[in-house]
Design a binder for this molecule. Structure first.
Ligand code: FDA
Length: 389
């Protein structure tokens, strides 16, 4: 193998590392992925029946306030002016999210100004009277008061976790944003938009470099092929972005994850819900939300007689499921510390990304973290010949 670096995983973390080392240091990088496509969870493809771009592993909205990341991603794609907005259905009525003055006034059938609404929520949130919340239910009431918590958060969270919030730790939610204005933009970041010609075109441009070779359908733990853990580690430096517990053969136990099942449907109507995402806040609807992909790109000339939706069902991940969101229980955190020690002792292997660090990362965070790894670990190694630690 004539690669200077092997990157396991072609998600945003892996591809950012690969692109920087190939471009900045002129080194040869071999990227492998066990899937049949690059891009990790940000991968998207045109639905064959409608041509509508579908985010295969769940909807991906790009947003960042990090100027360095924004400048970097703009080398590979232009962005549309899309601004994300979320709505929620509760008892047959549609409300704006995150909770804002519009939500509050609709819910309480009122016309409060900011100060009146703030005073009302403060009063409702005082129900626990200084008692420390002992579970997620109490925490929710303590943060925004019972009426809003029970309408918009309680059952949605129960569906996400498949657990009664009275049995979930208070620590899952540290804050619940309430805006005392009518601003219903979902993200507060300075930069936001969707890649003009789609995620896959963006991702392919990152990998399109003479010093980068990509091999798909290759599992790092398949020892019958040459680019496996056994054949590579110790011979060529590795950046590993797969699950950290799997790398060590679950020696310290499994880290727990939530996953989602996405049920895709093509409907024979031009517009199903009038917006890109509708949450379902009530317990009697089994899914958490519906994404309708045509609304991510109103500027595109999509067919007007069909639409594509994903219904999202959340559950705990088991072996073989796609790990999506770290659950991060106290037991998980203990295991993670043990895995970090093992990772630190693993010579010439760097662990990164969402799966490699057991941390939920938005795309801009994964890209930013990959740039930091290049700055702090790989630049000294490839630039100055320092040891890789
Ligand atoms: P990512 O998971 O993308 O890539 C890891 C790659 O490693 C995968 O391609 C995998 O196949 C490969 N791999 C694993 N094990 C391997 C092995 N043994 N051998 C070879 N390859 C292996 N972010 C955001 O900014 N806005 C959003 O709206 C969303 N929405 C969203 C929805 C859902 C449902 C999820 C799960 C995540 C998001 N994200 C997001 C987060 C976004 O997906 C995340 O930032 C990136 O996935 C992080 O990129 P990574 O490269 O770390 O992991």
């Amino acid at each position: 193998m004539d690669a200077d670096l092997v990157v396991v995983g072609s998600g945003f973390f892996g591809l950012t590392v690969a692109e920087r080392i190939a471009e900045q240091y002129g080194r040869k990088v071999l990227v492998i992925d066990r899937r049949s496509h690059i891009g990790g969870n940000a991968y998207s493809e045109a639905n064959p029946e409608t041509g509508i771009e579908v985010h295969k592993y769940g909807a991906h909205l790009f947003h960042t306030s990090n100027e360095r990341v924004w400048e970097y991603v703009n080398r590979f794609t232009a962005f549309t002016s899309y601004q994300h907005r979320v709505y929620t259905t509760h008892k047959g009525e549609v409300f704006q999210m995150p909770i804002n003055l519009g939500t509050i006034n609709q819910f309480f059938r009122s016309a409060y100004g900011p100060d009146e609404a703030r005073a009302l929520i403060k009063e409702q949130a005082a129900e626990l009277d200084g008692k420390t919340p002992e579970n997620l239910d109490e925490q929710g009431v303590n943060l925004i008061g019972r009426p809003l918590y029970e309408a918009f958060i309680r059952n949605y969270t129960a569906k996400q976790w498949q657990t009664d919030p009275r049995d979930l730790p208070a620590s899952i939610i540290s804050r619940l944003p309430v805006r005392y204005t009518y601003d219903n933009r979902y993200f507060n970041d300075r930069f936001e938009g969707l890649p003009v010609d789609g995620y896959t075109a963006w991702i392919e441009r990152m990998a399109d470099h003479k010093n980068i070779e990509v091999k798909l359908g290759v599992d790092f733990f398949d020892e019958s092929q040459p680019i496996s853990k056994g054949n590579v580690v110790g011979n060529v430096p590795v950046v590993y972005t797969g699950p950290v517990d799997k790398y060590f053969d679950y020696a310290e136990g499994d880290l727990s994850w939530r996953t989602i099942d996405l049920k895709e449907e093509v409907l024979d109507i031009g517009d199903f819900q009038g917006c890109s995402v509708m949450n379902y806040a009530d317990a009697d609807v089994p899914f958490t939300r519906i994404h309708e992909f045509r609304h991510f790109h109103p500027e595109r000339d999509y067919t007007t007689d069909k639409t594509v939706i994903h219904r999202e069902y959340s559950r705990f991940a088991e072996h073989g499921d796609e790990p999506y969101y770290p659950i991060n229980t106290a037991a998980d955190r203990e295991k993670l510390l043990a895995y970090r020690d093992l990772a630190a002792a693993e010579k010439s292997v760097l662990f990164g990304g969402r799966l490699g660090t057991y941390k939920y990362l938005d795309m801009h965070m994964a890209i930013g973290a990959a740039m930091s790894m290049v700055d702090n670990k790989l630049a000294p190694y490839f630039g100055k010949g320092d040891a890789l630690v």
